[in-house]
Design a binder for this molecule. Structure first.
Ligand code: N01
Length: 558
């Protein structure tokens, strides 16, 4: 089954990326007897948690849930310190995982993959790196992350600025000292919401450029209660299983049950009580007060107005408060979880500049021009997000059967089967790709489900002596229609979110993730149980590829 790397070693799988997905993919495949090499662009492992080192970076899914469940000893021995873990703590956890499972020996750092070409004669991929290395393997798994291709907008004069500029997703490892500096932050998404309160404490002046106001709910982060940790560790199997069946891959630790009655059917006092209870609890579970928040515009408005009232009560200047009140549907863009975000706009050294009408006009050598005013600054922070879900994939030139590239296949927006397979690109697997729940869930839950599904699939192929699998174009079309159909029932497509690719000029506007993890997991299981229904297995067997050769490969990895 295996192909060869440059050193002549048998390789079954090349995995691209060494974040949560790539690390577990390596471990899982190795355990199943496959030979694997992981190629990672960074100088260290960790993916998102390697790159996003901006001030205040932490996860907004509880650490006891945002962690691997595949190894019982691992989950028992690791001690999280806070309800929501910081970036350094999550990175330390991933380093621990890599050490514990001896992963480093199969990971090649500082290796940017630029292209991968499928050879129909041998049914294998040749993966090329920026340094000119070539590796050949039967399968490629893209564990490239959904939010890893940084978006630095092409604002006129961007490169003329004479001071330092930073993107939150490419933060310097040594940190940045903003003491005494005049700082501009462009963007008000999750990264900015976390960074702004901390930058404001350091900087002499902070100017925030806001194109769209954001909804943020309090984190109420706190040190983890040892009693809670003991209690969760005692029932971890149940917690992990419940999360995999849940709509968003988390929530098993929540003290609040998802609301069962429409926001429009409960009385005003009860609505207020339910929302206040969730506001005081904190976190993303805020959106779970009513079942129709993301389905009915009227129900949504009830929840949105509750948050606007909170903003008006926190922010002292009524004009600033009004600018900070979002107009779009709540939850349509990803909800932010904050610690002191709105309060920061009460500080005398913080200014909010509304750029909703005409954007940023220019970046000049000394600052940022908006609404005809030049804002002089020493430093610019781009908290401008990512070319989400597709950017990290399409920047690699994947060339599949008949010279068809991934960029060709996705010219009208990403099209996949299950978010895992792409028609015309055999033996390529995506982890948490577009068309799967991915970014609408706890990423670790979704990653583990995909890793295990892919491992089972490769084991099945090996057992059957198969060397090629690809998504059936008809199954892809049906799946894309299914994803659009489900998204169409929700309010998600109603705003300019990165879920739709709307943040990247020229990107096709397609809702990329699939709402609802639990039902999706059942579909993936059914596909596997039915012999990988919707995938073509050895459908285009090359006449010159004898089965004996693959059987020999299968022996080598078994
Ligand atoms: O990026 P974003 P992010 N001119 O795309 C603005 C995850 N995450 O890095 O809304 C001016 O959300 C843009 O404006 P608009 C999480 O899934 C998780 O903050 O497009 N402004 C927006 O305000 C999150 O959703 C965590 O009008 C421009 C901002 O920049 C995802 O990563 C923490 C602009 C970008 O916001 C991405 O978050 C951090 C332009 N040309 C991130 N272009 C946690 O777990 C863009 N903007 C807590």
């Amino acid at each position: 089954m295996g192909s060869q790397d440059q050193g002549g070693n048998e390789l079954d799988v090349v995995v691209i990326g060494a974040g949560f997905a790539g690390l577990y993919m390596l471990h899982s495949l190795r355990k199943a007897g496959f030979t694997v090499r992981v190629l990672e662009a960074g100088s260290g492992i960790g993916g998102t948690w390697y790159w996003n080192r901006y001030p205040g970076a932490r996860c907004d899914v509880q650490s006891l849930e945002y962690s691997y469940g595949f190894d019982e000893d691992l989950e028992q021995e690791w001690e999280w310190t806070e309800k929501y873990a910081t970036q350094p703590e999550i990175l330390a956890y991933l380093e621990h995982v890599a050490e514990r499972f001896d992963l480093h020996r199969d990971i090649q750092l500082d290796t940017l993959v630029t292209a991968a070409t499928f050879d129909e004669g041998t049914n294998s991929w040749t993966v090329e790196t920026e340094a000119g290395d070539r590796l050949t393997s039967r399968f490629v798994v893209a564990a490239t992350g959904c939010l890893s291709s940084a978006n630095v907008p092409d604002i006129p004069g961007r490169d003329s600025f004479e001071g330092p500029t930073y993107h939150t997703g490419r933060w310097p490892h040594e940190g940045v000292d903003f003491t005494g500096q005049r700082v501009a932050v462009i963007g008000t998404g999750s990264s900015a919401v976390q960074a702004i309160p901390i930058i404001a404490e350091q900087a002499a002046e902070l100017t925030v450029f806001q194109r769209t106001a954001t909804y943020a709910v309090p984190a109420h982060n706190e040190p983890l209660d040892p009693e809670l940790v003991t209690e969760v560790k005692a029932r971890y199997r149940e917690v992990r299983a419940a999360n995999r069946l849940a709509m968003a891959g988390f929530g098993a630790l929540s003290t609040l049950q998802p609301g069962g009655t429409s926001a429009l059917e409960v009385g005003e006092d009860e609505r207020e009580r339910l929302l206040e209870e969730r506001w005081q609890t904190g976190g993303l579970g805020f959106l779970g007060a009513f079942p129709d928040t993301l389905l009915s515009p009227e129900a949504n408005e009830v929840v949105a107005e509750f948050v606007r009232a909170k903003i008006r009560s926190i922010v002292k200047d009524p004009d600033v408060a009004e600018l900070l009140c979002p107009k779009q549907v709540i939850g349509c863009k990803r909800l932010c979880v904050d610690t002191g975000y709105y309060e920061t706009f009460n500080r005398p050294n913080v200014r909010l500049v509304d750029i909703s009408t005409s954007g940023i006009e220019a970046i000049t050598p000394t600052g940022v021009r908006a609404n005809g005013t030049d804002h002089e600054v020493d430093v610019i922070v781009f908290a401008t997000g990512f070319d989400a879900m597709t950017g990290a994939l399409t920047r690699i030139r994947f060339e599949g059967a008949g010279g068809r590239t991934l960029a060709d296949a996705w010219s009208e927006g990403p099209k996949t089967y299950l978010g895992i397979g792409v028609a015309g690109l055999p033996n390529l697997f995506l982890i948490t790709g577009p068309g799967s729940p991915s970014v609408l869930t706890n990423m670790v839950t979704s990653i583990e489900q995909h890793v295990e599904w892919i491992t089972d699939c490769l084991t099945y192929l090996r057992a059957g002596g198969h060397e090629r699998i690809e998504a059936d174009p008809a199954a892809v079309e049906q799946w894309v229609a299914h994803v659009n159909g489900i998204a169409g029932f929700t309010l998600f497509p109603t705003c300019n979110s990165w879920y739709l690719g709307a943040n990247i000029p020229g990107k096709p506007r397609v809702f990329m993730p699939l709402p609802g993890l639990g039902p999706y997991v059942a579909q993936c299981d059914a596909v596997a149980a039915n012999g990988y229904e919707g995938f073509l297995i050895d459908a285009h067997r090359h006449a010159g590829t004898p089965l004996a050769a693959e059987a020999k490969g299968a022996e080598a990895v078994s």
